[in-house]
Design a protein around this ligand. Structure first.
Ligand SMILES: NC(=O)c1ccc[n+]([C@@H]2O[C@H](COP(=O)([O-])OP(=O)(O)OC[C@H]3O[C@@H](n4cnc5c(N)ncnc54)[C@H](O)[C@@H]3O)[C@@H](O)[C@H]2O)c1
Length: 260
């Protein structure tokens, strides 16, 4: 595996799911990692797992929708781990409703965390990176940032926004030593799919259990027939972190669902 020894990363939404898989792969590549999450329920545990691998870590509480908390997240990463080289903006939320049932509050909640959160994080993270002339910004979008899916119009809007924002910021920063890319995950059995209000539950057929619905969706939606893992997203994060000439890209890790 490529080495990230001597690098410092932060991962938002790092306390569980895809964020936890990204943290794991970054640490395995030798990177010190700050675990940022709005909930501290699991962040300390994930920070301990980074230390067990032999890297430094810190658990930092921040809500990515709040500018002062986002600035504090960057400041705390720099003060606790020495600098900021790699920022993975992964925190995100979902809700599942057709547009006729969608409220303004549903729209605002999903778009505030997923789209505005990425904007605020990128705005703060680029400052220490510019000063050192090196940085990697990696935004977690979705295949829902490339395709439309029913009951997810507000979520798709937020993820298309992340992809467009990523492309534009990459061009803005192209002479600074900072690359900006997006990971577009496909279908992963985290809380978003396999949780109490997740997609497998909401998209159950009559009489189907959540487990049966989850298995059916993997078989019918994914050409390879199996879900991706959080660590698959971590592998792409490590690639983006080590690739100097890859910027303004949004790469799918989805078992073949999307081909653009
Ligand atoms: N699971 C999938 O199939 C899938 C597919 C495509 C894209 N994604 C994207 O991957 C990312 C991670 O999703 P996941 O499946 O791991 O979900 P998850 O719900 O398991 O984890 C999300 C994490 O983000 C944190 N978070 C939520 N709101 C926050 C806020 N305002 N500030 C800081 N942290 C916050 C949560 O506490 C949680 O730890 C999201 O951006 C999601 O949209 C997931």
């Amino acid at each position: 595996m490529a080495s990230l020894e001597g690098r410092v990363a932060l991962v938002t939404g790092g306390g569980r799911g895809i964020g936890e898989g990204i943290v794991k792969r970054l640490a395995e590549a030798g990177c010190d990692v700050a675990i940022v999450d709005v909930s501290m329920e699991n962040a300390e545990k994930v920070a301990e797992s980074v230390k067990a691998i032999g890297c430094k870590s810190a658990a930092i509480q921040a809500d990515v929708t709040q500018w002062n908390q986002v600035q504090a997240m960057v400041d705390q990463t720099v003060s606790q781990l020495g600098k900021l080289d790699i920022a993975v903006n992964n925190a995100g939320v979902i809700s599942i409703k057709p547009v006729t049932e969608l409220t303004e509050a549903d729209w605002d909640f999903v778009n505030n965390v997923n789209a505005k959160g990425v904007f605020l994080c990128c705005k703060a993270e680029q400052e220490p990176m510019k000063k050192q002339g090196w940085g990697r910004i990696i935004n977690v979008a979705s295949i829902a940032g490339k395709e439309g899916f029913p009951d997810l119009a507000h979520y798709c809007a937020s993820k298309f926004a992340v992809v467009g924002f990523t492309f534009a910021l990459a061009k803005e920063l192209q002479q600074t030593g900072i690359t900006v890319n997006a990971i577009c995950p496909g279908i992963i059995g985290t809380q978003m799919w396999y949780g109490p209000n997740g997609l497998a539950e909401k998209w159950k057929n009559p009489g189907e259990t959540m487990e049966e619905s989850w298995k059916r969706h993997q078989k019918t939606l994914i050409p390879q027939g199996v879900a991706q893992t959080p660590e698959d997203m971590g592998d792409l994060a490590v690639y983006f972190a080590t690739a100097p000439h890859v910027t303004a890209q949004a790469i799918n890790v989805d078992g073949g669902v999307t081909s653009h």
